[in-house]
Design a protein around this ligand. Sequence first.
Ligand code: ADP
Ligand code: MG
Length: 727
Amino acid sequence: MTVGLETRLREVLGKKTADALADGLGLDTAGDLLGHYPFRYAQRGERTDLASLGIGDDVTVAAQVRAAVKKTFTPRSGKGRGRGGRGDLLEVVVADEPGRSLTLTFFNQGWRAKELVAGRWGLFAGKVAQFRGRLQLNSPQYQLLAEDAADPGSAIEEFAGTLIPVYPATAELPTWNIAKAVHTVLGLVPSPPDPLPASLRERLGLLDYGTALRQIHRPDSHEFLGAAKKRLKWQEALVMQTVLVRRKAESAGEAADPYPEGGAILDAFEARLPFELTAGQRQVGAEIAAELAREHPMHRLLQGDVGSGKTLVALRAMLQVVAHGGQAALLAPTEVLAAQHHRSIAEMLGDLAQGGQLGAPAEATRVELLTGSATAAQRRPVLDAVKTGTAGIVIGTHALLYDGVEFANLGLVVVDEQHRFGVEQRDALRAKAKHTPHTLVMTATPIPRTVAMTVYGDLETSRLTELPAGRSPIATHVVPYGDGRWMQRTWTRVREEVAAGRQAYVVCPRVGGDDQDDPNAGDKRPPLAVTDIIEELRGNQLHGLRLGLLHGRLDADEKDRVMRAYAAGDIDVLVATTVIEVGVNVPNATAMVVLDAERFGISQLHQLRGRVGRGTHPGLCLLVSEAMEGTPSRERLDAVASTTDGFALAELDLEQRREGDVLGAAQSGMKSHVKLLSLLKDVDIIAASRTEAAALIDADPELKREPAFAALVDDLAADRGEFLEKG
Ligand code: ADP
Ligand code: MG
């Protein structure tokens, strides 16, 4: 029988092992198993550093049995009583060097004393616990080395190589059994076909596939291990980038309706703009204008820190499309934001948004709002206006995606705050157009370059790096919750702002009322809730001020009413959850108090504070927290207080999160394809593989000359909707 990567493990391994690999780890084929890489390597000499074990660590140590003692064990309560209340306790002391010992305990397994005799070497795996000041492993799994191993070092080496691979394992299948299975399979498939293009591999000096697989599982040295990882990371990166480059090439070939630069309504709007565009707005605007004029769809990501004026960039693009008979749709992640966009865009356009009305300029259009909460009667005229094309600009939430919505001529889709939007939604909207519409995606969450290259790899990116002139600085301070004087000062500051004719936000992590307490909170008190805090503030600290309540569980009309009242200045202090996190723009709001601030992420706090200081008065943001000085939570808050550079904070945020979290929910599908590559650390490989992928696709668009590589690319492409774009 010839064995290849696609051969089922059942055919080459014992049934028990194959079943355990399949059930416990989802590994069915030889290729699956060889792709199950060790997550670390224990090394001779340092592997058995029993001195450096941490309580709770999962460890594998190589050590020698020094003594085994059987004791009778009387449980203090409960367990074991039924069986006469006593049991055997076998205590085995193992050591790797004199004085570096660890105790292993086994309950009612006294027979193990026969094999765990003094002098035997073995590998022992389990979770480190502490008992009476001593470190121990309770009921560890173990593998003994040959009895006559004269030199335990070489015996271990023989057993596991110089660097002992440690695999993600299960209770039924300890790491050394996986190592054994891998060893067997490596012997059967010594040189699997290499999917990487040979010329590229040679030019970059990468190991061949078979060698890389052998070395990642049984490294001969650190050098080989490094080379194996590099080669395998390259493969992951190149496959991923090829998917993205190919997709980009495909969409570049698609047809789109061109919208020439300028146009009557755009010119009329620019003529009445009350301020100068920032240099960034002008430059990004020019890029977008040129792309809209082409016969291929634009796919552009616009990143800009909070308050950098992205909406205006989008509006100018929308007007260019409207000026030439197209329609533009603006998708917002929440109803609050959609309604706000509708208000502010209608306001900015003035009578240019009153198309069809008496006295409106000839070039005027109509701006419609369509959200899920609209009644059928409210929807009908809007749907008509969208269908007949009298509405040039349509703003909405995902309600825009419903089947009943038909566009006369959708030319541009703008997605505000992409990270709340899935690819299916974007595609659903695109399907409503005759030709692929141009797409502009806007986000205030800065994305590091490598992540942008992977998650948004088929989009061109632009950045707005400056804020409009005349923006006031935001001062941020951390306020200790327990300190009465500070807290009093906090509420006094809010009162002072209100007395000066300005407004404030108070943000809490939780809605309250009937919602469940945070299940992760454990013994901690639940996070503060807006519904409780508003009562407390109303009765005490902010007595006499006009307070408003806003959270996600209010119905849409109520949310809209509250936001309007706040924008109109009829509410002094808005007590809200993170529904105000993105986009909300009330320039008269100057102060924000965030309660239980440590419950929010760095980027989230930065977004939140972007709600103040949007006008000419300086902004103030007070982060109230119980987090003690010196704790990681407190350090995050101090970081937010120390800078208003959103990009710097986003990088910090990413550093503190684990790799798997970087892509959020998007990562699950990614995992099976990207195992070694770090989107945060392997910047060089990702950037270089991007270039290589572009060259490959350029020379051979369908990868006809590289069938093995093409198969990997197709495989990932088939899954990619699941992750690469979800964001
Ligand atoms: P964001 O990028 O966070 O979405 P917005 O588009 O909401 O920012 O803009 C924030 C505020 O800045 C709005 O009130 C907008 O009218 C104003 N603005 C935009 N561009 C300029 C500019 N060039 N000069 C002055 N104010 C501007
Ligand atoms: Mg915005």
